[in-house]
Design a protein around this ligand. Structure first.
Ligand SMILES: [Zn+2]
Length: 252
């Protein structure tokens, strides 16, 4: 991603106008003004990214509601109530368009992840899981450096795991992975699924292939399954697989 371009985009928009569409409902906790502003700014970037990907301006007003819990007990109760996975400190419920986050040390990253589900849902209701979770994993790595420039820190442990397994896995692995819809994404291979989902998004964004990602999103939104969409965009699925493997073997 081009750092300068992002800064320019951030400067171009009036952040104040975005802020009113982020509601953070704090339960037994407080967040500082700085934290609040940082969250609003980074969510504004998610909105711009989705505007770009979905070729719209509507994400500016997509409502994002985060319930933030200071007490673990309160958060776990909500988790139970909504049947959310117990291992995580954040979850998103699409039919009420609300996210639930436990205020641990990483709560800003988790908030960005769950907000991304909310914005993505606004654009694409029945999206493939890899796309939805991969983007959320990417967005949670957004931050500002000491000079206030936006950057996305790579999730090294996910990338390492992908690199370690890339040549060992069978040839059908990626095809099978893209066929995973709905709940089975969160089954027994959940960590591997998150790693792969993130690695595919990271490949598109850092490999300067956002145009390809955009085309794939457009096609899947039209009802294509992922394998078919990728085949159309890359000429063949094997060609995609080759570029993906090259990216991880030689460049990162
Ligand atoms: Zn998620």
């Amino acid at each position: 991603m081009k750092k300068r371009l992002i800064c320019l985009l951030i400067n171009l928009i009036s952040l104040a106008s975005y802020a009113q569409y982020v509601e953070i409902n704090t339960i037994n906790c407080k967040i500082s003004d700085t934290e609040q502003k940082k969250i609003e700014k980074l969510i504004a970037y998610e909105r711009m990214f989705c505007n770009e990907i979905f070729e719209t301006r509507e994400n500016i007003t997509a409502p994002v509601k985060i319930n933030l819990y200071g007490k673990n007990k309160d958060y776990r109760l909500e988790q139970k109530k909504y049947n959310a996975p117990a291992s995580s400190d954040g979850f998103y419920i699409d039919n009420i368009n609300q996210a639930f986050v436990y205020k641990n040390r990483d709560f800003i990253a988790i908030t960005l992840h769950e907000a991304s589900h909310s914005i993505f849902q606004f654009n694409f209701k029945q999206s493939p899981r890899w796309l939805n979770e991969g983007l959320a994993e990417f967005f949670e790595t957004l931050d500002f450096d000491s000079e206030g420039n936006l950057y996305a820190a790579p999730q090294d442990f996910r990338i390492k795991s992908i690199k370690a397994g890339i040549d060992l896995k069978d040839a059908e692995r990626l095809k099978k992975f893209f066929g995973i819809y709905n709940g089975s994404f969160y089954g027994h291979e959940v960590q591997d699924n998150y790693n792969t989902a993130y690695s595919v998004i990271y490949f598109f964004i850092k490999g300067k292939r956002t145009e390809n990602l955009k085309q794939i999103i457009r096609l899947t939104n039209q009802g294509y399954d992922t394998e078919k969409a990728i085949t159309q965009v890359f000429g063949s699925f094997e060609s995609f697989e080759q570029s993906y493997k090259l990216f991880y073997n030689y460049h990162h």
